[in-house]
Design a protein around this ligand. Sequence first.
Ligand code: ADP
Ligand code: MG
Length: 707
Amino acid sequence: MASPKPTPASEVKYLKGVGPVRAEIFAARGIRTLEDLLYYTPFRYEDRTRLTRIRDLVPGQTTTVFARVLTCGLMRTRRGVYIFDLAATDSTGMLRCKWFNAIYLQKNKVFRSGQQVFFYGKVERDRFGTGNLQIIQPQFEILPEAEAEGGDSLEVGRVVPIYESIASLGPRVLRRLMWVALHALDGQIPDRLPASVLHKTQLLDRSTALSQTHFPSAEQDLEKLCSFRTPAQVRLIFEEFFSVVAGLALRRRKAKSLEGIKFQVRESARQAIRKILPFHPTAAQKRVLKEIVDDMCSVRPMNRLLQGDVGSGKTIVAIQAAILAIENGYQVALMAPTEILATQHYLYVKELFRPLDYRVDLLISARKAPEKAELKRRVAEGTLDLIIGTHALIEEDVRFARLGLVVVDEQHRFGVLQRFELMRKGYRPDVLVMTATPIPRTLALTLYGDLDFSVIDELPPHRTPIVTKLLEERDRQRAYDFLREKVRSGEQAYVVCPVIEEGGKLDLKPAVRMYEQLARNVFPEFRVGLLHGRLASEEKEGVMQRFKQGDVQILVSTTVVEVGVDVPNATLMLIEHGDRFGLSQLHQLRGRIGRGSKQSYCLLMADERRSEVAEERLRTMVETTDGFRIAEIDLRLRGPGEFFGTRQWGIPAFRIANLLRDQEILEWAKREAAEFVAHPPSREEFETFAAYLRSEWPRRYGLAGVA
Ligand code: ADP
Ligand code: MG
């Protein structure tokens, strides 16, 4: 029986060479169809038409060498480091390859003498041994025997695509499967870009683009290929940006056409705000509040992102918006990513609202079942005005009587879908999401394209910039003396320890040990507290509360204090193993101090042996407190893949496009998408494209709700 002709939508499990096991592996990566598979594109290419002979290798050069394995084995140095050492030859000379701690190479018997292997990496001269040429930790690909003997090869004599392995599926397997998939489809891959856009941009058609991205023809300029600028690659990058940007634009347009709640600014709201405001808002706070209030008072549902660096004072803006909603007879939900932050908001708001008769409560999963049930009942009845909580708020059985305003704090910690889930609990409520995470601004505008955007670009008055110092173990005593002096004079301090992951388990020992050490031996005269994620909720709350009241003077903590925590009297932060934290995380942590008018100090304790990247992160922290600069450097150091992990940002993860590398293509795609959405050449073309987005968007980018 002839099987039906495959289409891009066919499931990858029916492809020759993909059994149930591989299908599982692909599925775990979100690759279900042939189309998904083909959009898993090479991350680099190797020119195997002109292989460098070992004799011609030059130290410092990064290249591919094709050679036969002579000997290999595991060695152990005097310092106890395992090195897998391999010698190979191509009849013109000898090359050594070394992998550190690569016990698995030995255990899995990866190499045998006689194998033909491609090695890729940076050639250098062995400084200690014989002065041989070597490559440290090369990437490699072992040629199977059949192909080494010649024949139709995807591996030699051509420009070869290199894929990132997916679990056990290495580049060679992937290359073979791509080849099979392209042949199965035989050029029958319909284009999805609107015809008018294709015509105008003169981009390559999709079928050709995919085929040439995987298997570039021999004439293709390798340099262009490796910088992702061949016509084929540009076409795919453009397509991805175009779809995402157009999708966001359509979603935004749809949202703008809906009718939601029209709040009114009454005298009662003004009075309530006047009663509770603890300080004069800054000009920036006033400006963004006006933007929010204008949105709330229009009939369109608000969808606004409020961005402001750590400590810029976003909370009070959200609270004023909440008052407006409550005075209009609606309920407000405020969601925060951690129990500590939700609890802190709750305690702060309860205190602030004392002069008003609002009913406020806290919903976190740690509360006792009967309390939770009672809370949910009151939310459903409408006898609670403001409910503050964690993810617990989006649980199925939380129902609101008349939810009017949703506030999501530290929104980058949530996925986009969670925002939608909370929104669905009301009838088109207004939504305000807040983040301190400073995304480079142009990117933010594009990527949160369905949100309006407000920025607090000014810190509250009388802030003294934080002084940051880089220290090493030998400075520890001085650091402790300094801390002692500050605490004696009535200020408070954080000591932050990393949580170490060991074999998939989180190890809290460093924090616990530090706590014991400080409490018993170093600062017996002070009250020291311990805070980490594993403590019971009441304990966490208790410690936080005592720190807030100044009862605990030194708080030893893991990164649970990273976001949102606000104790202005804390002016000193000592960060242990500062080299182990990411840059944005250090910035967030440091944002816990410098919140009052007193001079604050951040002491970064770093291991003497640290990587270059760690060094650059630490130096950046010492040099600047500007969140935007820090974000830009972080983006550069980490690369966009890691920087924009889907979950972390709640924005789509791109498959071939790269936000850092492809900014000019993004700009181009943005212009074309805006033009297309505003003036589609025909209704039919528009509908076809919108239908495609509707079917593809939710699955591919984890987003929903287009047009
Ligand atoms: P973030 O934007 O990081 O959430 P917060 O809202 O926690 O910042 O505010 C940081 C600190 O600054 C808090 O202690 C807050 O009370 C204080 N603050 C905010 N706005 C002002 C202001 N206009 N004047 C004085 N202090 C302010
Ligand atoms: Mg905050």
